[in-house]
Design a protein around this ligand. Structure first.
Ligand SMILES: Nc1ncnc2c1ncn2[C@@H]1O[C@H](COP(=O)(O)OP(=O)(O)OP(=O)(O)O)[C@@H](O)[C@H]1O
Ligand SMILES: [Mg+2]
Length: 151
């Protein structure tokens, strides 16, 4: 694969609970994100989440690529808090996403775009976004939490 398309940093904490991948804004970024998330879901023995988690990561990274064209890089983070996977994507823009809803009616249903975050909202247990203070690097994080293992 083209070196430009490779993740440029992967950091795992001591207990392997948080993984951070720094991605360059290249068209292959969403594909790299999908491959990484699939691998981590299998390593963490959550094959049931591969489809939803890869789609969510892909939507977030594609959004960062499309809607923040000035970004030099993005960060894809995966945390496991008490068995509940949390997917986060950081980008350097302070603009928060504007999800569309079914309440917008026919115009939304017939539209070929504006569906990504709606799909995320249906797949994730919860999701959201928050700005990061300038002193901590600025930008924002968009996140989605997936269900913990059924006991
Ligand atoms: N990372 C982001 N930074 C800034 N704005 C964003 C970001 N992600 C999403 N948005 C805004 O939120 C809107 C809704 O995002 P969503 O992913 O649902 O739709 P879309 O990207 O426009 O289309 P689709 O995902 O269906 O191809 C976008 O049109 C954009 O205005
Ligand atoms: Mg989108």
């Amino acid at each position: 694969m083209d070196a430009l398309a490779s993740p440029i940093e992967t950091v795992m904490d001591g207990r392997d609970r948080k993984t951070v991948v720094t991605l360059r804004p290249v068209p292959q970024a969403a594909d790299i994100a999908r491959t990484f998330i699939e691998h981590r879901m299998l390593v963490m023995k959550r094959p049931d989440l591969v489809d939803d988690a890869t789609l969510i990561a892909s939507e977030f990274i594609t959004n960062a690529y499309v809607h923040v064209p000035t970004a030099e890089f993005f960060k894809l983070m995966l945390c496991w808090n008490g068995g509940s996977p949390l997917i986060e994507v950081w980008d350097p823009s302070w603009t928060l996403p504007k999800p569309r809803t079914l309440a917008e009616g026919d115009e939304f249903l017939l539209s070929t775009s504006g569906k990504g975050l709606f799909i995320v909202s249906r797949l994730a247990q919860s999701w959201g976004s928050r700005r990061i203070p300038k002193m901590n690097g600025g930008g924002k994080i968009i996140w989605a939490r997936l269900p913990r293992n059924k006991e």
